[in-house]
Ligand binder design. Structure first.
Ligand code: NAG
Ligand code: NAG
Ligand code: NAG
Ligand code: NAG
Ligand code: NAG
Ligand code: NAG
Ligand code: NAG
Length: 510
């Protein structure tokens, strides 16, 4: 079973080097999806103490008596000083018991075979992944190397944008759930319905040793890769040592999570790729391995074609601005849909009245709760500012920011559709004598830190540099877990990267 064909191209992007390498040229075992040997991290000699320790550790990892944390996560170390070996193994959250152990056992064999004498290695199957090293890897978020895999079939719908819009929402939801879920599992699966009524199945998982924030950061990074790896494809995933996300249009996991699941491997991603090809992109930071030389000759044949493709890609959007407006257009909601979801903007669904108009609660057909800001015609916010808010907010994803799901423009109606945040805004809590009592110092501290994190993200960590300019208690929404989320970037001023001073021409603020 080697359904994978050769297709090698070399792409040079900003700094990382992307290899598109056929799985055949790597001579992988049939079901080992991919691996990395970290040549530069050092070698051990045959029959050394390190090797003995490694073998002992790996056989204990997959031994029937080892149950890990009970949720398919294994963490152990063996040996002393320079010969200490550390390993982490993780099964997909729905894979348990013997299937999980079998997968780990296969991984331990394959990885030592494929990376002979390498001190550090990482590899994964559909159902599990394994990682070992001579340094402690427990609790460290490591998002590199990242592996991109996709189903070569295109989305079979005229509304590809709609498909990916739904997909993005689904994977963001799942990432939030996976990061927040207790300490043991860090796993979430779910479905969404694409505009052509196709079901999209999604998955997000972190190694459970990660703290919530680290897991969230890792998944946000992986999500950002999805449009790059899997544009237009009906299945894809991004896998790195600390987390992974995946989507398919056929079910690839067992939703009941009941062990064991003998049939899961047949339905796993293979249904389409068995027939055809799976191509794997490996992002290698600055690894120039021996393989490069071998591959390079094959690449030469194809480089020309690749360059042409890159050029057309660059030319297509016509320039940064049109590209951004294009992506805003893809967030557009149908006015009728929103009107139905808010029960024709009924008084009962009204959440409040802000400077720019009223906010309503709504529920989409798929059961998702939303908050709709209906801008009053005389709000003073022009078309430009409206688009500005859409473009800015849609690009920003952080757990301490209210997420903009989309917008709606119809006639004089202008609506912004946000995720629904259950506990209303901070001023409702602070200035209400009874609710204020809920705000003990632990919660206050959490709100302060969360707000600061959101601001830090806006100021420094996001791709854009944003100054809120109207931050006040009524702009800080509180979710069910009392996490703060900053809202209302209408006043935000966009800074070009590396620009530290902006000429803010209007005086605004609180
Ligand atoms: C791991 O091995 C490499 C190469 O032998 C060595 O440079 C590094 O210090 C080792 N790391 C630890 C934590 O022992
Ligand atoms: C480890 O061995 C591999 C080949 O087995 C070699 O390519 C690599 O350079 C070696 N790494 C170090 C740090 O010696
Ligand atoms: C490693 O040990 C085995 C068995 O003890 C022996 O057969 C083999 O020759 C040794 N290999 C090296 C490289 O020392
Ligand atoms: C995981 O391994 C590390 C390193 O050995 C150890 O410090 C930590 O306590 C372990 N954690 C769990 C949950 O087993
Ligand atoms: C482990 O590998 C064997 C053959 O090498 C295969 O039959 C078996 O299905 C694999 N198990 C898992 C869980 O991948
Ligand atoms: C998918 O779409 C791209 C461009 O739209 C096209 O080049 C490619 O051949 C399509 N692939 C399949 C398998 O249909
Ligand atoms: C996939 C999974 O286990 N998700 C759970 C995360 O935790 C929330 C609440 O604790 C559950 O509702 C989800 O089912």
């Amino acid at each position: 079973m080697a359904p994978l064909t050769v297709s090698s191209r070399l792409l040079f992007f900003l700094s990382p080097i992307l290899f598109l390498i056929s799985t055949q040229s790597l001579a992988q075992p049939p079901d080992f999806r991919s691996y990395s040997c970290f040549n530069e991290k050092g070698n051990y000699t045959t029959n050394s103490t390190y090797q003995t320790n490694l073998n002992t550790l790996l056989s204990s990892l997959s031994s029937p008596s080892n149950n890990g944390n009970g949720y398919g996560f294994y963490n152990s170390s063996y040996g002393e000083n320079a010969d200490e070996v550390h390993a982490i193994a993780l099964c997909r959250g729905d894979v348990m018991g013997d299937t999980c152990r079998g997968c780990l056992s296969n991984s331990t064999q394959k990885l030592t075979q494929l990376c002979p004498n390498q001190k550090e290695a990482f590899g994964f199957y559909d159902e599990c992944m394994l990682r070992y090293a001579n340094r402690s890897v427990y609790g460290a978020m490591e998002a590199a190397p990242a592996f991109w895999l996709w189903n070569p079939q295109n989305v079979s719908s005229s509304d590809v944008d709609g498909f990916f819009q739904e997909l993005r929402r689904l994977l963001e939801d799942l990432s939030g759930q996976a990061a927040a879920n207790g300490s043991l599992r860090k796993f979430a699966v779910g479905t969404a319905t694409a505009p052509n009524f196709q079901t999209i199945y999604g998955l997000a998982q972190c190694t459970p040793d990660l703290a919530e924030q680290a897991c969230s950061d890792c998944l946000v990074g992986a999500l950002e890769d999805i449009p790059k790896c899997c544009e237009g494809k009906q299945g894809g995933r991004v896998v790195n040592p600390s987390c992974n996300v995946r989507y398919e249009i056929s079910r690839f996991y067992d939703p009941t999570t009941v062990p064991p699941l003998p049939s899961s491997s047949t339905s796993t991603g293979g249904s389409k790729s068995n027939r055809s090809r799976t191509v794997i992109i490996i992002v290698v930071p600055i690894v120039v391995s021996v393989a490069l030389i071998v591959i390079f000759f094959c690449i030469c044949l194809r480089v020309k074609r690749t360059e042409k493709k890159l050029e057309t890609r660059k030319l297509l959007p016509g320039g940064d601005d049109t590209d951004e407006i294009g992506s805003a257009e893809s967030l557009q909601f149908d006015f009728a849909t929103i009107r139905v979801s808010t029960d024709d903007f009924s008084e009962a669904n009204k959440l409040g009245q802000g400077g720019f108009g009223s906010v309503y609660r709504g529920r989409l057909l798929n059961g998702k709760d939303i908050a709709v800001k209906r801008l009053s015609a005389n709000s003073g916010q022009g078309d430009l500012e409206f688009k500005n808010e859409v473009l800015l907010v849609a690009k920003l994803q952080h757990r301490n920011l209210v997420r903009l799901l989309g917008f709606c423009l119809e006639g004089s109606e202008r609506l912004l559709v946000y995720e629904f945040v259950p506990n209303a805004s901070l001023d409702h809590i602070i200035f209400d004598p009874t609710k204020r009592a809920q705000l003990d110092w632990v919660r206050r501290y959490k709100i302060i830190v969360g707000t600061a994190r959101g601001l830090l993200y806006l100021h420094k960590d996001s791709r854009l540099r944003i100054i809120h300019r109207d931050l006040k208690a009524s702009n800080i929404l509180i979710d069910a877990e009392m996490n703060p989320k900053i809202s209302d970037f209408g006043m935000a001023k966009l800074f070009v990267l590396d620009q530290t001073q902006g000429n803010t021409s209007r005086i605004v603020g609180t």
